[in-house]
Design a protein around this ligand. Structure first.
Ligand code: GLN
Length: 492
């Protein structure tokens, strides 16, 4: 007789089932594969699956009987900008539609060593540029809470698949909000790590001085467990720092785990709460979070970060400049598709015109303009200076507060197609998230409750390399809200 087992909804629950031999790694993998087969036609989160490989690895694990590796048997997915040897790495772009990675990214290697089981690659806005996943040239991903809505972006495939339990975690990237914002729209947890905490080696970059790699997962503990595996110095990425990696999960669950927020001073950014266009219901929900922090013994301190008003222009100016140089390699010669051409000039222009999407072309034009001789000082250098000032503003704030709580997005998940014709409106989706990337600090997005009939949440921002602080605070707030119960009731 076949056992009927319901899908575990956290990494810890899956580990317990594996340990107690209630389920084999292969059965666990098959549970998730079945869910993908059942639900992903509608959801559209996976671009490529690697089920044979997954089953093979799970079987090997069962045969070895050794489940001591930290994520042994845990099924997951990778955003389709993270290399896995032998699988495609499309970046959601037509130009890389048939490109196959020749090697593993460092994170992929680390996850493999940790025993995690890769189910496949998930959708992203093209070259991770976007806030709704609609810039993917390959697939439309929908929000599992309401399929008329976008899942957010650019890690929309990661967030949608994790929310629908089509994997126990996913690795995404956050350049200006691409982990925190889709996690928020889909009611899951997402961590933007400090710049330099996780290796970027083997990732298709958007803006190299902003990109960060991190987990999207059901709960804070799941995120903590994955972070332990992927964090740390890597000689292949000279921007990673050799700062010790803690046992985050043990710390948030152990004997000395925080039970409340007493002794913590939590900042609230005045310029965020006063922001124009901040949805009134989300604002109320955020005020409720402030009240909860106080109930939990935390001290709220209102802080002013006046440079916030320059964040969006500074961010977009700098990332599009970096993007324009990073994208120069996609000319159809070394990578990807090539147009049918007769001469070298056409090789570049036709290939790029034909195979790159609107937002990416916008980046190339904007970036090339701001980097060109006559405009470099006025735009790029100026923005780089403002970036430094924003960073200093945050550094100063963190001398007064332990962490900052903030909204993640000014509005709830919007309708598919609603903002595609207005790039500026789309850029404003990132108004609360880009500063963390400008400053290089860490941020954890956690769901709190349903607002406007969709998931809502907050982000907790922490000092660079102080991931433990925001995970601890996040875990306390998570226990107060218990949003997982809502998600499991509605999406499992
Ligand atoms: N939406 C933002 C952008 O297009 C953020 C993207 C990201 O973090 N990758 O730049």
């Amino acid at each position: 007789m076949t056992k009927i087992i319901s899908v575990p909804t956290t990494i810890a629950a899956a580990q317990k089932m594996l340990k107690n031999k209630e389920i084999t790694a292969l059965e666990l993998t098959n549970l998730f594969i079945k869910r993908i087969e059942k639900f992903d036609d509608v959801l559209g989160s996976y671009l490529e699956t690697s089920f044979d490989l997954a089953r093979e690895s799970a079987k090997k694990l069962d045969e070895s009987g050794d489940f001591s590796a930290p994520l042994a048997g845990i099924p997951y997915s990778l955003k389709d900008v993270i290399s896995k040897k032998g699988l495609k790495n499309t970046a959601g772009s037509k130009i890389l539609e048939n490109y196959v990675s020749p090697y593993d990214a460092t994170v992929t290697e680390l996850l493999e060593k940790s025993g995690a089981i890769l189910l496949g690659k998930v959708n992203t806005d093209e070259f991770t540029q976007g806030s709704s996943c609609e810039n993917s040239a390959l697939k439309l991903t929908k929000n599992p809470w309401n399929i008329a809505k976008v899942p957010g972006g650019s890690s929309g495939g990661s967030a949608a698949s994790v929310a629908k339990h089509l994997g126990l975690f996913s690795i995404g990237t956050d350049t200006g909000g691409s982990i925190r914002q889709p996690a928020n729209f889909c009611g899951v947890t997402g961590l933007k790590v400090s710049y330099g905490r996780v290796s970027r080696s083997g990732i298709i970059s958007y803006a190299s001085s902003f990109d960060s790699i991190g987990p999207i997962a059901p709960t804070v503990d799941c995120v903590a467990k994955v972070l332990k595996v992927i964090a740390g110095y890597d000689k292949k990425d000279s921007t990673t720092l050799d700062i010790s990696v803690e046992n985050y999960s043990d710390k948030i669950n152990g004997e000395n785990a925080l039970s409340d927020l007493s002794g913590k001073t939590i900042g609230v950014i005045k310029e965020f709460t006063d922001a124009e266009g901040f949805d009134i219901n989300l604002k109320k929900s955020f005020e409720d979070t402030i009240a909860k922090v106080k109930e939990l013994g935390g001290k709220i301190k209102i802080i002013s970060l006046p440079l916030t008003k320059y964040a969006i222009p500074t961010y977009y100016l700098l990332v599009k400049a970096e993007a324009s140089t990073n994208l120069a390699r996609y000319d159809g010669i070394r990578f990807g598709e090539t147009a049918n051409v007769k001469n070298l000039a056409d090789q570049y222009t036709k290939t790029r015109s034909e195979f790159l999407g609107e937002e990416v072309k916008r980046a190339i034009m904007m970036g090339t303009y701001t980097l060109s001789a006559g405009y470099f000082d006025a735009y790029y250098i100026k923005a780089a200076k403002v970036r430094t000032l924003i960073k200093q503003e945050y550094e100063k704030a963190f001398t007064e507060v332990d962490a900052i709580i903030a909204p993640v997005t000014p509005f709830s998940a919007f309708n598919v197609g609603e903002k595609t014709s207005d790039p500026l409106a789309m850029y404003l989706a990132d108004i609360f998230t880009v500063t963390a990337n400008l400053a290089g600090i860490c941020g954890l997005s956690i769901p709190t409750e349903k607002v406007n009939d969709l998931p809502a949440g907050i982000q907790i921002l922490g000092k660079a390399f102080n991931e433990i602080e925001i995970l601890e605070i996040g875990s306390v707030l998570e226990q107060k809200y218990k949003f997982s119960e809502v998600r499991e009731r509605e999406l499992v």
